[in-house]
Design a protein. Structure first.
Length: 250
């Protein structure tokens, strides 16, 4: 039995004031959510602040990115995995489509970051997903396979016991367009089948989140699908009530 996992990706949003009130909302209401693993991923500079203010013991904290280099050194502007671990992060989002599209992160770089996170004992939330153009031109499965293969090649299939996958169709992120539950389920099943061909036990256990305009009113139907094990939530995770309503639906 896979335990649902919902994570909030706060992206580059917030200030001390807004984050204090968001965390207060989470503290007040998080106990209403049971049997769901929950995480929030604030901007790196606020991780410590969130850790200091978060009293809800059923929500853990993650980061949104790490450097490819495993150790500290002359890498101006970067944050190492050891640093986010030092701050108490359990998870790190890797390969988000915004990192791929805006910052040009390649499959090879994402695979390297996955390796570095695993070596440090921080669980990667590995994002994969196709653009609308890729979906419409019929190469969706090929794109997702390539993204996964790059990581499998570097860390091996057994490492997926310690990896969370987030399927995030790029066309559904922050656009208000959600994949229908059937569309999402089809891709989740494709991902699980692909992994099962390499290791059935790992494929059965791996958590595959859906991400892309998940809101309180569409979450339950998405999470009811057989291969959808929770979600990676952007916009709606900036509101404590909405985020927890989504978590409850998982
Ligand atoms: C995301 O950025 O991971 C995401 C799913 O965003 P949104 O929920 O806003 O579409």
């Amino acid at each position: 039995m896979r335990k649902p996992f919902v994570a909030g990706n706060w992206k580059m949003h917030g200030s001390k004031t807004s984050i204090e009130s968001l965390v207060k909302g989470l503290n007040e209401q998080a106990s209403q959510v049971q049997n769901v693993d929950m995480a929030v991923c604030p901007p790196a500079v606020y991780i410590d602040f969130v850790k200091a203010n978060l009293t809800a013991d059923n929500i853990v904290v993650g980061a949104q990115n790490i450097a490819e280099e495993p150790v500290q050194g002359a890498f101006t502007g970067e944050t190492s995995v050891e640093m986010i671990k030092d701050l108490g992060c359990d998870y790190v989002i890797l390969g988000h489509s915004e990192r791929r599209a805006i910052y040009g992160e390649t499959d090879a770089q994402i695979a390297q970051k996955t390796k570095v996170a695993l070596a440090a004992g921080v669980t990667p939330i590995l994002c994969v997903g196709e653009t609308l153009e890729e979906r419409e031109s019929g190469v969706m499965e090929k794109v997702i396979s390539t993204q996964l293969d790059a990581v499998i090649k570097v860390v091996g299939i057994n490492a997926f016991e310690q990896i969370v996958i987030a399927y995030e169709p790029v066309w559904a992120i922050g656009t208000g367009k959600t994949a229908s539950p059937a569309q999402a389920q089809e891709v989740h099943a494709f991902i699980r089948d692909k992994l099962a061909r390499l290791n059935r036990a790992v494929a059965e256990e791996v958590i595959i989140q859906y991400g892309g305009s998940v809101k309180p009113d569409n979450a339950a139907e998405l999470f009811a699908q057989a291969d959808i094990d929770g979600g990676l939530i952007g916009g709606a995770s900036l509101n404590a009530e909405d985020f927890l309503a989504i978590c409850k639906a998982a």
